[in-house]
Design a protein around this ligand. Sequence first.
Ligand code: MG
Length: 161
Amino acid sequence: MGGLRIGLGYDVHAFAEGRRLVLGGVEIPHPLGLEGHSDADVLTHALMDALLGAMRAGDIGRHFPDTDPVYEGVSSLELLRSVARLMRESGWRLVDADCVLVLEEPRISPHRDAMRAAIAQALGVDVDTVGVKATTTEGLGTTGRGEGVAAQAVVLLERDS
Ligand code: MG
């Protein structure tokens, strides 16, 4: 018993000028990027929180505090790599992960497979293990007004023993 865990992650970052747009480890050409201490990769942040949640190991704010200059501008994929290492060291194996980006622009479908590949590589799993999709909120709310990007992720972990 107790061999399976689920984890849920959620994050939001605001659009800002003069920043790169990095989603799922992929830099996407766009006039606006996302504000944040790291590269502000909102998708990878949601995924890390899902993994840490399933491990009952706190959240990314605890592991990578944004008050620490070490994490300024850091690649979130690097942080994901270290979360994956923690996962393996704690005896957990990622069975499956699915993520959704919530935004009006830019279009995600041309970059979806590159994101899946980048995330899967950082996690050390097959690309088939990682799902990425996107939706809009039909012009409603913060994401609908184009003020930022939200992301959610859900993961299933299995005791690796
Ligand atoms: Mg974040």
